[in-house]
Design a protein around this ligand. Structure first.
Ligand SMILES: [Zn+2]
Length: 74
């Protein structure tokens, strides 16, 4: 099955040790590319995902931005 929309799976789990490839903040989004996996914090995911997803070879494999609104903040 193939669609143009982003699909996420629970198969890829982001760990606390995973960091945004842009700024080093804890990663909440992971995207798979031909060259490998890129991880982003919520800020950089919001900034870069629209452009990344314009390329249908890019797949969102984890999106845990909902954690921000689930009371993760202390
Ligand atoms: Zn970032």
């Amino acid at each position: 099955m193939s669609t143009a929309t982003a699909e996420t799976t629970d198969e890829f789990t982001l760990l606390n040790a995973d960091r945004c490839d842009r700024c080093g903040a804890p990663a909440l989004v992971a995207t798979a590319h031909l060259a490998g996996v890129l991880m982003f914090c919520a800020h950089h995911a919001n900034e870069h995902l629209p452009a990344l997803l314009a390329d249908d070879r890019v797949t969102v494999i984890a999106d845990q931005r909902h954690r921000l609104s689930d009371g993760v903040r202390s």
